[in-house]
Design a protein. Structure first.
Length: 394
């Protein structure tokens, strides 16, 4: 039962006036106003104690909240958030373990409320619903099985020049192996960064990248660029995302978002200063920032270097004795017989290709231990004809 909805204050005032007239009993008044006797007696008691103030609804909030987060803990949360403005409640909760006792650490939902109350929540654009994956996702079962590589989109430094950060990351541990600022995304710059990472961390089995320069060449056989052939020389198999499918390297793209927020707002004046900013980001990302996919451990605590050491000098590859071994000429093709050519790629200039005959004029084409495709010599019908390799047997 409750007060009639004309106005709570008006109904209370009518009730007290009727009660003050001594013409009605409390029971009759409560029945007439449609309220319980407990509610009527409570109003009368408040009227005797407080006077006209009882007609106004008081706050129902408790005077004391025994489990309210202390000011000290709230200040610690705010301080950590300002130091790491893009870290969420779960990561901040993990860092609080280093500053306060476990019994004082609030729940993740409480930390979110504290951040929101203090205006420290970054509102993000609402994204469309995620579509089902149509392409393979390269997952790694152990450290150094797959590394991912990419150039973070260029950004202009304060000296007017563009910086292209090249990043390498271990897929399993999320450990950033390199974040090098370059003036140009080219073969020489990428190779230097790779060599530095290989010397410090050893060699992975695979390197996964997108289809951009210098990682891949869209028109080349197997999309292999000059950098890919060099990686194969080191015993590393290149892997590529499908065209227009950055979600296949989503972990790397997510790391790039954090890198951009840390290193480009604002950008530095020179490339050397920008590199110091990149190095600082890598140190924090690897050693300080807890990662949810790693059960709130840091990448540095999970990653271990590869047992495969980098060797600057690569020995000659010995193809099996029944293989036909031919050198790729400057044109990117093999001389086939006296008058014909088999086109491989200009990226493979100077390298030796092995061909294994399957029969009926069909040959399997290898570079070292990597299958490039198939050749059908029956398709050669005229002199000086260039024959292209097929990825599958036609």
């Amino acid at each position: 039962m409750g007060w009639q909805r004309t106005s709570v204050m008006e109904e209370k005032l009518k009730f007290i006036r009727a009660w003050s007239s001594n013409a009605y009993s409390v029971s009759d008044l409560c029945l007439s106003f449609g309220i319980s006797r407990q509610t009527g007696h409570r109003l009368i008691r408040r009227y005797k104690e407080e006077g006209m103030v009882c007609f106004f609804s008081g706050s129902k909030a408790p005077n004391r909240i025994p489990h309210k987060t202390s000011a000290k803990v709230e200040e610690a949360i705010i301080s950590l958030r300002k130091k790491h403005p893009r870290w969420g409640a779960r990561k901040l909760q993990k860092l609080l373990e280093q500053e306060i006792s476990a019994s004082e650490i609030p729940a993740e939902s409480t930390i979110n409320k504290i951040l929101s109350r203090n205006g420290l929540v970054i509102k993000r654009r609402k994204r469309p619903a995620k579509l089902a994956s149509e392409y393979p996702d390269y997952e790694s079962d152990s450290c150094n099985e797959i590394w991912s590589a990419d150039y973070k989109g260029k950004f202009k430094m304060r000296n007017g020049r563009y910086c292209y950060p090249l990043t390498l990351q271990d897929k399993k541990s999320r450990f950033i192996l390199a974040a090098d600022g370059h003036y140009h995304p080219d073969y020489a710059s990428a190779k230097r960064a790779y060599i530095s990472a290989f010397r410090e961390n050893g060699l992975p089995q695979y390197i996964h990248s997108d289809n951009g320069v210098p990682f891949a060449h869209a028109q080349s056989l197997c999309r292999y660029s000059k950098l890919c052939y060099w990686l194969i020389d080191q015993g590393i198999q290149p892997l590529f995302s499908d065209p227009g499918s950055p979600q296949q390297n989503g972990k790397h793209e997510r790391m790039h978002r954090d890198l951009k927020a840390y290193c480009t707002r604002p950008a530095s004046t020179t490339l050397s200063a920008q590199q110091r900013s990149l190095d600082s980001f890598v140190k924090e990302y690897n050693e300080v920032r807890p990662h949810e996919a790693l059960e709130m451990e840091t990448p540095a605590s999970v990653y271990s270097p590869s047992s495969r050491a980098y060797r600057p000098r690569v020995g000659v590859y010995d193809y099996p004795g029944d293989f036909k071994v031919l050198k790729v000429m400057k044109s990117g093709a093999l001389r086939w017989g006296s008058y014909h050519w088999v086109y491989i790629s200009t990226a493979a200039r100077g390298r030796y290709i092995g061909l294994e005959e399957l029969g009926n004029g069909i040959w399997k084409v290898y570079y070292r231990n990597v299958l490039l495709g198939y050749m059908d010599e029956k398709l050669i019908t005229q002199k000086e004809q260039y024959l292209k390799i097929n990825k599958k047997i036609v």
